[in-house]
Design a protein around this ligand. Structure first.
Ligand SMILES: [Zn+2]
Length: 259
């Protein structure tokens, strides 16, 4: 997956922005030279809503999010993980692809029936959005939303891009459909079988903070996801005074724990 690469690219972009910010402003008074006219900025393109990667600062909550990407082999379902979340009534957000929803009717119904779970979408066929033209991106983004509405009466409003890959056309497609793009601020690394539970937990300990959105998988690809989530719930989050929230509640949280 390209998540680490994206994080690096984002960091590079931030560094570049920071460096630009340190350059002396043109046209500043002083120095005896005549003021220089500022360059005329390019006309603004239609403003795109921001991509959501975390909750507001000062919110002592985190969103545990679980992608339901389609799988070729296996059940596509981590029953032990979802049982843990359900038994403890842990608020959690599931981002399901259309193909996954179509093949998991009973599981979809169960997730939708839990008031502390939130079900949102994750593309239809889990395609690389930025490789598609706008029309195909629109289909990929909106088809699972329509499926949840038509078959289950659920109005999903949040979208997570498969592979974390999207471009400005995706952002426009998502905004025009009345949806919001939600990525993450913390990667658990759970689909990688080479990462031990202890290492995953160390990474989470180092990175989880107020307002974090953490990405896991609930499609059975994360062999250690249940173990790691349990340790997070038992130890890491209580130690930090952080409460698990759905993404929607995290975005509404303005300090303290949302109830
Ligand atoms: Zn996925």
């Amino acid at each position: 997956m390209a998540r680490f690469g994206l994080a690096v690219r984002a960091t590079v972009a931030l560094l570049a922005a920071a460096l630009v910010g340190t350059a002396p402003a043109r046209g500043e008074p002083g120095g005896g030279s005549p003021p220089v006219a500022l360059e005329t900025p390019a006309p603004p393109t239609r403003a795109l809503p921001p991509v959501i990667r975390s909750g507001p600062a000062g919110c002592h909550g985190v969103a545990l999010t679980f992608d339901l990407c389609p799988v070729v082999k296996g059940s596509g379902w981590d029953a032990a993980l979802v049982d843990l979340l359900r038994e403890r009534q842990v608020p959690a957000t599931f981002f399901a692809s259309g193909r996954w929803i179509a093949g998991h009717e009973a599981e979809t119904k169960m997730l939708l029936a839990m008031p502390f779970f939130e079900m949102e979408t994750h593309g239809d066929r889990h395609r690389h959005l930025s490789r598609l033209d706008v029309a195909a991106q629109r289909v990929e983004v909106t088809k699972p939303v329509a499926l949840l509405a038509k078959r289950y009466g659920r109005r999903a409003t949040l979208v997570r891009a498969p592979f974390g890959e999207f471009d400005d056309r995706t952002r426009a497609v998502v905004a025009n459909a009345g949806l919001r793009l939600v990525q993450w601020s913390v990667v658990s690394g759970d689909p990688d079988p080479r990462i031990s539970a202890a290492r995953m937990l160390r990474g989470l300990r180092d990175n989880v903070r107020d307002g974090s959105i953490v990405v896991f998988h609930a499609n059975g690809k994360g062999k250690r996801t249940r173990e790691v989530v349990e340790a997070l719930l038992d130890r890491v989050l209580p130690e930090r005074g952080l409460a698990p929230l759905t993404v929607r509640d995290l975005l509404k949280c303005d300090g303290g724990h949302a109830s």
